[in-house]
Design a binder for this molecule. Structure first.
Ligand code: ATP
Ligand code: MG
Length: 234
């Protein structure tokens, strides 16, 4: 079943449109990646899906509902989790309070899903009372992912989780995504430039160029380093 359908979306900033009519479709429990060089509009796409930027035309259908004009907080409540590029954790709050903040943004459920996020990222339980800003880059990324996950989203938007993260933790994030996929309960849209992570977890990918989807890549395409490099290398 289709969980997300982006149809001919135009969006951008005051200065100009960045997305020039983007269409993508995600089926339930897939991990679909978005690749493309710097500045092609990958983050703009993700921000438009979560509703931080308005779609100026086109439609966004999530879980069979048209959410094109729905506010970002209501999109989060309806089951979309967002992990921004650069993580956006609260450096002065403890790990626990960062996770509680995630709970405030998302669903109305009172009992947050702490046990589940600790089972994926046990280090966060160990660091529960430490301030977010004192964690390593990789641990901060895990915290940002956990903050989104604590609401049990149906769709997780991950914007370059490997950015500024040491290789061992990139690998850990890859394993986490595969475990998450195994639950069959969540769909992931992953913006990434890291070959290993892309090749480990993606079922397929969309390639972007100048604000449009320029190509679609199969798992086989992704696993070919030369093919993949053509869509990523700067
Ligand atoms: N807040 C903003 N105001 C105006 N223009 C912006 C803003 N943020 C991004 N842009 C511009 O929009 C275009 C697309 O940016 P976007 O961040 O979506 O690219 P990206 O593909 O995510 O790049 P990267 O790989 O570097 O993260 C770029 O030309 C960028 O300069
Ligand atoms: Mg980006």
């Amino acid at each position: 079943m289709t969980i997300l359908n982006i149809n001919n979306v135009v969006a951008g900033y005051k200065t100009a449109n960045v997305l020039q009519g983007v269409s993508i479709t995600l089926s339930e429990s897939e991990i679909v990646s978005v690749v493309g060089r710097n500045g092609v509009g990958k983050s703009t796409l993700v921000k438009t899906i979560i509703g931080l930027l308005p779609a100026r035309s086109g439609q966004i259908i999530f879980n069979e509902k048209d959410i094109t004009s729905t506010k970002a907080n209501n999109r989060a409540k309806s089951g979309i989790g967002y992990v921004p590029q650069g993580r956006g954790i609260f450096p002065d709050l403890t790990v626990q309070d960062n996770l509680r903040m995630g709970g405030l943004i998302g669903t109305k459920q009172k009992k947050l899903n702490f046990d589940s996020v600790f089972s994926y990222f046990p280090i966060l339980k160990e660091r529960l009372h430490q301030r977010g800003g004192t964690l390593s880059g990789g641990q901060q990324e895990m915290l940002a992912i956990a903050r989104a996950l604590i609401n049990k989203p149906k769709l997780l938007l991950l914007d370059e989780p490997s950015d500024g993260v040491q290789p061992s933790i990139v690998e850990e994030i890859g394993k986490f995504l595969l475990k998450l996929k195994d639950t069959g309960e969540i769909t992931v849209l992953l913006v990434e430039q890291n070959f290993d992570l892309l090749q480990t977890v993606s079922d397929r990918a969309y390639a972007m160029e100048k604000g449009t989807v320029s190509d679609t890549l199969t798992k086989e395409d992704l696993n070919n380093d030369e093919t993949l490099a053509a869509y990523i290398a700067v």
